[in-house]
Design a protein around this ligand. Sequence first.
Ligand code: HEM
Length: 410
Amino acid sequence: MGNEPSVLELDLPLLDTTGLDRAESIVVAAELSEAHWLARTDLGVAVLRYRDVTAVLRDRRFHSALSRLPLGPMDAESGLSRRPSILSAEGDEHTRLRRLVSPAFTPSAANRHRPTMRRVATSLLDAIVDTGRCDFIADICEPYPIPIICEVLGAPASDWRLFSDWATDIFKIFNGNLEEDHPAIERASKELDAYVAALVEERRASLGADLLSDLITAEEEGDRLSVDELCMLVRAVLMAGTDTTRNQLGCAMALLAQHPDQWALLAGDPQSLVPRAVEETMRYLGAVRATVRIASCDVVYNDVLFPAGVAVTANLAAANRDLGVFETPERFDITAERAAEQLTFGSGIHRCLGAALARAELQEALTVLAESLETVTLAEPPTWKPPRFGIWGPASLAIDFTIRVPRVDP
Ligand code: HEM
């Protein structure tokens, strides 16, 4: 480390997205990235290009900013988490957890649940199919992930309402109103933990083909997950895996309804185009726009000093439009062969653990829809959640559709 200039002293362009909607702010960030790889934001600084976003996320000296949020049951006095979550753990602790749990999150583990995903998507579509119009968010996206997560975990499907309510309360952590929401978050966390502890006992007696059974039996060199860690992981799956998936499905459908030519292509050949449509919708309009890192020590990267404690936003959405990586990145095209993987699942040690599961959920839902709906158009312009939301998508999405006759049975 020598005389590198501090990032705090550089004269950087300002990434100001005040008053812009999310789609506009992605364009502004992508344009800014052509001029400079760094920008100043109200949080600190942001990296905007594909190469730098992946480099920062893969650099273990930058720690997850989630370590600043109470992601576990909280200590009444300090208000801080008593137990680290996989989302915020770093170093050896994170490596150990990730090593133990990764085999339970492979594509083949996710594929076991495709029939259920298909069944849930079909039953949600059946409920609205005769109307020719629906609010895609309330009717399909909101209810879709929870029964699937129940099955993934091996919890009875009839308990989905309990999970849904716990997820809603635990998500209040992100609402910026901890003082008021603390009791509800704490209550939901405790109830979920008690439920999971009982489920672990049950599963120990009779293992099944589900995530919890996989996690209970996960073992490496004699090391196992404790009941406490199993509770933390179920909480992480519930928190990281429900709102993300439903918002991403909403973003995908909004894009496809805004581009009827792309829907026609998809409906014409769902089997070959659905996987690419999922990747392209995630690249073009990701439900997670960015993730924040904190320099755990003085870090020199690209001849710039990031002093310990500085917050660095890895702007996934801008990187997904990087002109140096993607040809015509501003074009939404589900047939395009893209030169690199989209970054909406992140990168590095915290890269989405549920990526295979999320991909399967999105692919199965889009397959059911594309096999059944001949045309999809916007009935009204979509309304969107506030751009500041960490997990973001349409608030409402009124679509008109026509049915393919005869419908393809699942
Ligand atoms: C389309 C849906 C999804 C998106 C866009 C998404 C996005 C992400 C991103 C960007 C990260 C990294 C965060 C960071 O680096 O700070 C992440 C981490 C994570 N995701 Fe997902 N996710 C999705 C679905 C899921 C699902 C279905 C699950 C559950 C099985 C899940 C479980 C997790 C977990 C446990 C982590 C933390 C991993 C770690 O810290 O080691 N996600 N996700």
